[in-house]
Design a protein around this ligand. Structure first.
Ligand SMILES: Nc1ncnc2c1ncn2[C@@H]1O[C@H](COP(=O)(O)OP(=O)(O)OP(=O)(O)O)[C@@H](O)[C@H]1O
Ligand SMILES: [Mg+2]
Length: 136
């Protein structure tokens, strides 16, 4: 599935539409350069899940828990360097929980994941092209 988003609001709306389809235990990997709109897309997912808190860029923490009808866990693994760092945040316990995990900069985690969605965001100017795929 491919979507074109002309503004940040469009990207939030795409995240919202996608978020409505997510179920307990789903994992979503967000791929895209710095500033691509990964956190913006996550705001839409959070709306769909009716979370208590609005997503922010997890600058100082690696994981945020926003609450919600189904718990939403938002990761930013940009600053992690190896799998031990993942152990130290108890990554497995989130992945195998009944919540939904959304992961920015997921490279380190890919080996630990089974089925997951990949959301790839490409940009030029304010335009975003968003591609969503399921693994396997
Ligand atoms: N069409 C668009 N979709 C999403 N964001 C847009 C769009 N046009 C402009 N922007 C702006 O681009 C920025 C995207 O920032 P965001 O934090 O979502 O990126 P990110 O991919 O999470 O970056 P990082 O890798 O640093 O976490 C925001 O400031 C947003 O307002
Ligand atoms: Mg971000």
């Amino acid at each position: 599935m491919e979507m074109l988003c002309k503004s940040a609001e469009d990207t939030v709306l795409s995240g919202f539409e996608f978020g409505k389809k997510l179920k307990k235990g789903d994992v979503v990997c967000l791929i895209g350069d710095l500033g691509a709109g990964k956190t913006t897309f996550t705001k839409g997912i959070a709306k769909a899940l009716n979370t208590k808190y609005e997503p922010v860029s997890p600058t100082f923490s690696i994981v945020h828990d926003y609450g919600g009808d189904i718990p939403l866990y938002h990761f930013d693994l940009y600053r992690l360097t190896n799998e031990n760092d993942l152990m130290s945040i108890d990554f497995d316990s989130y992945i195998f929980s009944d919540g939904i995990c959304v992961i920015e900069w997921p490279d380190l985690a890919l080996d630990l994941l089974e089925n997951y969605y990949t959301v790839e965001i490409k940009y030029s100017g304010n335009m975003r092209t968003i591609n969503i795929k399921e693994s396997e």
